[in-house]
Design a protein around this ligand. Structure first.
Ligand code: TDO
Length: 184
């Protein structure tokens, strides 16, 4: 398992190292020690999955407010998604910046999403199945989000039309870079 930096402060890409044989492959998908060797302290408290019927389904951009901020490790084990994070940590050198990458059944990449980041994804195939581990318990009263199409971030989604998206996710308020953000 390889842990590689990405342009956003403290976030990282995790690449599996499959060991192939005639049956298929084996790969480690999570290793607390390897992450710690890269400065990432991650305690899993919940492991979640989500299934999406159709391509062009967009979920996000979500985070939990203090004291329920959470780290996530997101993977796509069926189909593919365009996974996006935004650094909303006011004390980060990359505050306000976004990063996107395709996670798929084929490339077996995972994204490490630190506390203080918003996370969301767009399905690129039908039947996309997502798995993510989180370091904090789900707290509905601490759920928050920013809009996927907020111009202040300017995320360049690979699909723009006919998106399937919940009412909740269409209605997150505009983000103000001078005022909003997470401090924890
Ligand atoms: C996230 C979550 C939701 N739920 C419930 C609430 C609701 O009834 C139903 C669906 O919730 P949502 O619409 O928020 O599901 P979803 O849009 O898939 O939410 C997820 O989106 C991605 C982008 C993330 O980053 C995740 O952390 C999470 O916020 O599941 C839980 O019971 N536990 C959980 O941990």
């Amino acid at each position: 398992m390889f842990v590689k930096p990405i342009p956003l402060h403290q976030a990282a890409l995790i690449e599996m190292e499959p060991i192939q044989d005639s049956r298929g492959f084996f790969a480690r998908s999570f290793c607390k020690k390897t992450l710690a060797d890269h400065g990432i302290s991650f305690d899993v408290v919940q492991s979640n999955m989500a299934f999406n019927h159709s391509k062009a389904t967009l979920r996000g951009m979500h985070f939990q407010l203090p004291p329920y901020c959470e780290d996530k490790i997101v993977s796509c084990f069926q189909g593919s998604i365009y996974d996006v994070i935004i650094d909303l940590n006011r004390q980060s050198p990359t505050f306000g910046k976004w990063f996107g990458i395709t996670l798929s059944q084929e490339n077996r990449l995972s994204l490490y999403v630190p506390k203080g980041f918003a996370h969301g994804y767009l399905t690129l195939t039908d039947h996309a199945a997502i798995h993510y581990m989180v370091s904090e318990y789900y707290s509905p009263s601490h759920e928050s989000g920013v809009r996927f199409d907020d111009e202040v971030f300017g995320i360049d989604w690979p699909v723009k039309d006919d998106l399937i998206i919940s009412e909740k996710d269409r209605k997150w308020k505009n983000f103000d870079l001078g005022r909003d953000g997470i401090i924890f």
